[in-house]
Design a protein around this ligand. Structure first.
Ligand SMILES: Nc1ncnc2c1ncn2[C@@H]1O[C@H](COP(=O)(O)OP(=O)(O)OP(=O)(O)O)[C@@H](O)[C@H]1O
Ligand SMILES: [Mg+2]
Length: 339
């Protein structure tokens, strides 16, 4: 059979709970917020003038939209039809950002998609169905493995990708990781946001704030260990702007993921053959946006007595404040994700 004469673009896609990115063989790279929204009614559609919004546009127009953050449910468990559709729209949008047209014909798209380790284990067929028709061919790879391959860290190393929805662990033993080598836990950025919300509400029941404000405060001021500065934020209380000190709440919320992460790390290390264990302990790679919490990678690797490096593959992070891309690089950092 004669191959279609259209150009082929190879794309790598990272489907994240909070942000998704695409990197294409034609050199184009993009990161978008993982939000998809449909106008709630005819009036909203009139205003928006588009059938669906994706990324920052969706987030900014949220009052007018049925807004989804589809990776929270769509790839983890059997998400609703709407979540599946939202994943499809998100991938379609990412591909449209890198696609080119040759003689009026769109390029053929061959995609490698990074998904959370747990999704890869239990739900990859579901996700593959969701992607049908969006790209010409699709291959799935678990996200922490993608980090390891990107760094060529294939032997005696342990990758922890701490994102928004999950922390994904993968032990690299020089062969393609099996299910046994991978583990996912729900203790990551979103659980910190929930915890921080709860703690601030307890102490300041009259303060008014949204989850988006909580996320911005966290991205600007997150830390574990002894505080270097007080964390003061401005919130409306009884209709007036007030400054509140949330240093202790910030510390407790950020430290809430440390225990489960250290336990999982230790458990995985225990399964490694004793002769390779110390090599692996000294080769822990911490990646993902939540690894930007000040002091977190050091705290993680302190407990089992191991050393780590962080990978600045963490995405662009917050819209303002300190989590800009330059800051993401600690330790050795051979590669960067798309901007
Ligand atoms: N400076 C920072 N301090 C603390 N958290 C941060 C910082 N910058 C970003 N984050 C958090 O990192 C998370 C996003 O990281 P990332 O993009 O790796 O997640 P994701 O890939 O979308 O999620 P997942 O891998 O779980 O599907 C969010 O919870 C975000 O609030
Ligand atoms: Mg991720």
């Amino acid at each position: 059979m004669i191959e279609d004469s259209r150009d082929i673009i190879y794309v790598g896609i990272d489907l994240g709970t909070s942000r998704s990115s695409i990197s294409a063989s034609n050199g184009k790279r993009h990161v978008v917020d993982s939000y998809v929204g449909w106008p709630v009614d005819v009036d909203a559609r009139e205003l928006i003038k588009k059938p669906v919004l994706v990324g920052r546009d969706a987030l900014d127009n949220r009052p007018l939209l049925d807004l989804r953050r589809p990776l929270e449910h769509g790839t983890r468990k059997e998400g609703s039809e709407k979540d599946q559709e939202a994943v499809r729209e998100l991938v379609r949008h990412l591909i449209s950002l890198v696609e080119t047209e040759e003689r009026g014909k769109k390029s053929k798209v061959r995609a490698v998609v990074g998904v959370p380790a747990e999704t890869f284990r239990v739900n990859r067929h579901n996700l593959r169905n969701t992607m049908a028709g969006v790209a010409d061919s699709v291959m799935m790879v678990s996200q922490p493995c993608a980090v390891a391959y990107g760094l060529e860290a294939l032997l005696h190393c342990l990758v922890i990708d701490i994102g928004a929805g999950t922390a994904d662990f993968c032990v690299m033993r020089g062969r393609y990781p099996t299910e046994e080598d991978q583990q996912t836990i729900p203790n990551a950025g979103d659980s910190i946001d929930e915890q921080l919300t709860k703690l601030i509400r307890e102490r300041h029941p009259d303060a008014q704030f949204s989850i988006h404000m909580i996320r911005e405060w966290k991205e600007q001021h997150s830390f574990v260990g002894e505080p270097k500065n007080r964390v003061i934020v401005t919130v409306p209380i009884m209709g007036k702007a007030a400054e509140i000190d949330i240093t202790q709440e910030m510390r407790s919320a950020c430290e809430s993921i440390l225990g489960p992460i250290c336990e999982t790390l230790t458990g995985l290390l225990m399964k490694v053959e004793p002769e390779y264990r110390s090599k692996m302990r000294n080769n822990v790679i911490v990646a993902g946006g939540t690894s930007l919490i000040s002091g977190l990678p050091q705290a993680i690797t302190k407990s089992p007595g191991c050393a780590c490096r962080t990978w600045c593959g963490a995405p662009v992070a917050s819209r303002k404040g300190r989590s800009q891309r330059g800051r993401t690089c600690r330790g050795s950092c051979p590669t960067r994700r798309a901007a």
